[in-house]
Write a protein of this length. Sequence first.
Length: 135
Amino acid sequence: MDPTRSIKLRWLHGTLGELTYQVTRLQLSSLAAPKWQPAINAFRCETAVRICVDLAGVDRSLIDLLVEPRRVVVRGTREAPEPTDAEGRAVQMLALEIDYGPFEREVRLPTEIDVDKVRAEQQNGLLWIYLPLKR
């Protein structure tokens, strides 16, 4: 056996051991579930601010929208997208890129909006928020 190879493997093993220990410690100390942030597009138009939030797969009943004169907060939860029982039991994960669990996104507004006239609608997985400017 090559002695250099043996040293590298021992060093790698020690490093991974320390990394595993640190990750475990961090996970145990964090009690709150991490929140992810959905992607947005925001536009200041002539008469309103329009915000489009990417919430594919989120049921309307799981979305909480807080609107204040200069701030919008979108909160909610997205369930983990997984195969159904009809498709058979999943035996191997090939990729896991879709965020799920609790989410929150705050948007600070550049101008005051009329909170009483705000509208929101969900279309094709996108939440469109209409925020008329205060006159």
